[in-house]
Design a protein around this ligand. Sequence first.
Ligand code: AMP
Ligand code: ZN
Length: 486
Amino acid sequence: MKLFNTLTRQLEEFEPWDSHKREVKMYCCGPTVYDYAHIGNWRTFVFADLLRRFLEFQGYVVRHVMNITDVEDKIIRRVQETGLPLRDYTARYEAAFFEDFATLRCLRPHHTPRATEHIPEIIALIQRLMERGIAYQAPDGSVYFSIEKYQAAGGRYGQLARIQLDHLRVGERVRSDEYAKETPADFALWKARCPDDGPVFWPSPWGEGRPGWHIECSAMSMKWLGPSFDLHLGGEDLIFPHHEDEIAQSEGAGLQPPGRRFVKYWVHGAFLLVEGRKMSKSLGNFYTLRDLLARGFSGREVRFTLLSGHYRETLNFTMDGLHAARQALTRLDECLSRLREIANRPSHEACSRPVPPTEPGPDLVQPFTRAMEEDLNISAAWAAVFDWVRELNRRLAAGTMSPATASAMLQQWDQVDAVLGVGERAELTPPEEILRLAQERQVARKTQDFARADALREQIRAAGWLVEDTPAGPRLKPLSPSSLQT
Ligand code: AMP
Ligand code: ZN
């Protein structure tokens, strides 16, 4: 399989570091839980899900980690505005994120670490950078990463974003997590507590404060995947400074085995535009998934739309595109339901004319695989799917489909849909958070705390799930979007 590596700006044959070429370690920068994720964010997460699913389809065992950024500048601003404790504020958007994640049929990552639960690892990493002389505490009390010292120690700052450091103003510092490629400077690893942070701070060897955004991802990815792993994903806006700084911090700490870098393949998804423009609240083209569900679209229709273009090309999201997705899916559903009908029929009733049971159907798996192996060429993959549907419809119309062939075709579809995830009957597994709430509710019921049990049921319902108490124990069912609004 070929993938475009942002680091080398080349299509490369994908080969994981695992000596058995079996295990793939993949990290995707997760959401900043300060608000509902918008469909631009969703494009990136659905693309990560597609890549994971395709690697699994290829037989790899993927370890997928996606962090939750639950402390950074934007979150702190909101916490200050609302007066809520940090965890109360972020918990709400984190739960909403995982609900949307399930609605879009994204497979749950194996680990979803929260930054606030990795403060010791973050501090240890900064300490190591201090010991190596690459980090320093500035007079303002904050700890910064020294690009100059990193370079002097053999590091190559700017390798991912391809920036020239001719204009680097040595010793100049930037405290904010976001800054332009044209003005690289020493960036904050640990931000000294300031009045604007309110109650959000932790103790550290450098005084009270909080981590910078970039160090959070270095600490969490290396904790869960080791100091050197295969794939690191995110939207293209993360190339600089976020991913550049992640490389600097992680390689600056020098924990990688000899000859290995922090990440083998950097893969970035292009941006999503809405009706040809950058999404913004003032333009009225800013959509969350919930906005689209409220307009009557389903998660699978949105997923299909988000997967309609190549991940390295800008995707223009339009309402027309969503309607087209609905039509395409209907065409697919109709074909599949006719196949199911035939596959379930006793063979003597299968068709008006006798057909040999061994009659082969058109092949889907091979052309689909070939397309996806070329840097996830999704357009060619969809073309393979819809050519297949056209051919099947032709045979269905001619009445020449045997039950055996129909079953074989459905099996092919199941294989392909394990990657695409748009089939009609995708399973819905409740997110971890919901399972935890349901468990808490069981405990409350057992201790006869019915008020608490009811409150938990309500909380679960608000998150889109219904608890049904059955003789075999509680069962969780997803609520439809319309019942959520009532
Ligand atoms: P955030 O929650 O802001 O940290 O962003 C989560 C992910 O969404 C990151 O990987 C971003 O690169 C990505 N992202 C943000 N805006 C867009 C957009 N308009 N199109 C595609 N991806 C985006
Ligand atoms: Zn990150």
